[in-house]
Write a protein that binds this ligand. Structure first.
Ligand code: IPE
Ligand code: IPE
Ligand code: MG
Length: 235
C-alpha cells in the first residue's frame, strides 16, 4: 500500500474492537488462550503505529462486560495476561510519553489487576503524548445507565440536563468521540461498545483477525477513513 496518510485529516481518536483471537488460534490448531497471548504483539505494534501516525487518543476494547460469561479458565488467562502486560509495558508507555486511562467497571477486575492499572495510570499521568484508553469490563449500556444514575443524584430539574452535561457523566468525559471505529475478524457488529460516542463515527471492518493486525493495517484504515465524506446530516 503506497498511499500516504494526510496529516491534516487525521482522526484525533481511533477506537478498536480487537476481535478474533480465539478463531485465529483455532485455525492454527492451538487453544484460544494462545490467540490472546499472540494478540499482545498486535497491541504493541498498533500502539507504536498510532504514535507514528500522530493519533492523539487510541481506545482498545480489551474485555467486555459480557466477556465475564466466558469459561473461567479463559477469563483467568485474560486477567493474568492483562496484569503481566501492564506490568511489563509501563516502562514503554513512559518512554513513549503515553498516558494510560481506563474505561469500564474496573472495580470488577481482580485486585492485582486494579493495582497494576492504578500504578501505571499514576506513573503516566503527566505524559503529554498519546492517551491510550483500555476498555475493561466495559459496556456501552452499563456506562449510559451509570451516567443516568449519577445524574439523578445531582440534578432535580430535567431542563438542566443537556448532551454536554450528560457526556460529563460518561467514562470518556474530556475525551473526544472517536472519528473512526475499527473492528477486526470480519464481524460487523458493535457488541455494546461506546454506544453514545460512536453516534457519528466512521466504521471500518477488516477480515484480519486481531493477532495478525499491524500498524500497516491501521494505516490502511486511516487512509480509507480519509477518503470518506462525513456529512453529519447536512447535504
Ligand atoms: C477478542 O477475541 C478478545 C476478547 C474478546 C477478550 P475473541 O476471544 O473474541 O476471539 P473470537 O472472536 O472468539 O475468535
Ligand atoms: C467484543 O468481542 C469485545 C472485545 C473485543 C473485547 P466479542 O468477541 O466479545 O463480541 P461478540 O460476542 O462476537 O459480539
Ligand atoms: Mg470474539
Amino acid at each position: 500500500m503506497n498511499d500516504i496518510i494526510d496529516k491534516k485529516k487525521l482522526p484525533t481518536h481511533i477506537a478498536i474492537t480487537m476481535d478474533g483471537n480465539g478463531r485465529w488460534a483455532k485455525e492454527k490448531g492451538k487453544n484460544r488462550i494462545f490467540g490472546h497471548n499472540q494478540g499482545i504483539k498486535a497491541v504493541k505494534d498498533t500502539i507504536e503505529g498510532a504514535i507514528e501516525y500522530g493519533v492523539k487518543f487510541l481506545t482498545l476494547f480489551a474485555f467486555s462486560t459480557e466477556n465475564w460469561k466466558r469459561p473461567k479458565n479463559e477469563v483467568d488467562a485474560l486477567m493474568k495476561l492483562l496484569i503481566s502486560s501492564i506490568h511489563n509495558e509501563t516502562k514503554t508507555l513512559l518512554k513513549n510519553n503515553i498516558k494510560l486511562k481506563t474505561i469500564g467497571n474496573t472495580m470488577q477486575l481482580p485486585k492485582k489487576c486494579q493495582n497494576e492499572l492504578s500504578e501505571c495510570i499514576r506513573l503516566t499521568k503527566n505524559n503529554t503524548g498519546m492517551t491510550l484508553i483500555l476498555a475493561l469490563s466495559y459496556s456501552g449500556k452499563w456506562e449510559i445507565l451509570n451516567a443516568v444514575k449519577m445524574i439523578l443524584e445531582n440534578y432535580s430539574n430535567e431542563n438542566e440536563i443537556s448532551e454536554s452535561i450528560f457526556e460529563q457523566y460518561l467514562s470518556t468525559k474530556s475525551v473526544p468521540d472517536p472519528e473512526l471505529l475499527i473492528r477486526t475478524s470480519g464481524e460487523k457488529r458493535i457488541s455494546n461498545f461506546m454506544l453514545w460516542q460512536i453516534a457519528y463515527s466512521e466504521l471500518y471492518f477488516t477480515k484480519k483477525k486481531w493477532p495478525d493486525f499491524r500498524r500497516e493495517d491501521l494505516k490502511e484504515a486511516i487512509i480509507d477513513y480519509q477518503k470518506r465524506e462525513r456529512r453529519f446530516g447536512k447535504t
